[in-house]
Write a protein that binds this ligand. Structure first.
Ligand code: ODT
Length: 176
């Protein structure tokens, strides 16, 4: 199996979106082309009683390359035939922020400590690999991943062909 084809990327089996709900701190990020969220990124994933999934996120961004603001983002999630693969429509509370419609795939999570997210924005038509991806490593803990989760997360980064491409996402109290 050619893992580097977007269609073959392994995602979380038997994903349970209700258990994924709640607050997540981004602790690592592989940026897409034209990066948006820089640091202090915290996301809240919500599933209501009808199964409707929404999220909010906050993080530090630069607008027009030099103007630093804390972005308040909103998103709605559409289910697909695979429970770990969503389509995410997102927009900013302020109109100056990014809007978009991205894949939101859950590669792996234990729900209580870590989650590995992946999104491919553009698939190469010729060879099926990803031409523009981004990925978040989320932790339930602001302090980062527990030692025992770091190995699992490293293996998953390798599985999605993004090992070595992540940067650390810092959290500075009071910044956002
Ligand atoms: O930062 C970039 O460079 C690309 C990222 C663009 C997407 C930002 C939009 C966030 C919208 C709010 C949704 C957050 C969802 C979080 C979900 C789950 C947390 C585990």
């Amino acid at each position: 199996m050619l893992r580097y084809l977007v269609a073959n990327i392994p995602v979380m089996q038997n994903f349970n979106k209700s258990r994924y709900a709640g607050q997540w701190y981004a602790v690592g990020k592989k940026d897409p082309d034209g990066l948006f969220l820089l640091d202090n990124i915290v996301a809240n994933f919500n599933v209501d009683e009808d199964g409707i999934t929404t999220a909010t996120a906050r993080g530090r961004v630069y607008i027009f390359k030099y103007w630093e603001v804390c972005a308040d983002m909103r998103a709605t999630f559409e289910d697909t035939s695979d429970p770990a693969k969503f389509k995410m429509k997102y927009w900013g509370v302020s109109a100056l922020l990014q809007t978009g419609y991205d894949d939101h795939w859950v590669i792996d999570t234990d729900y209580d400590n870590y989650a590995v997210h992946y999104s491919c924005r553009k698939v190469h038509e010729v060879n099926g690999t990803c031409a523009d991806s981004y990925s978040f490593i989320f932790s339930r803990h602001e302090s980062g991943l527990r030692l025992e989760d770091q190995q699992i997360v490293s293996a998953k980064k390798h599985d999605i062909c993004l090992a070595g491409k992540y940067r650390r996402v810092t959290h500075t109290p009071g910044q956002c």
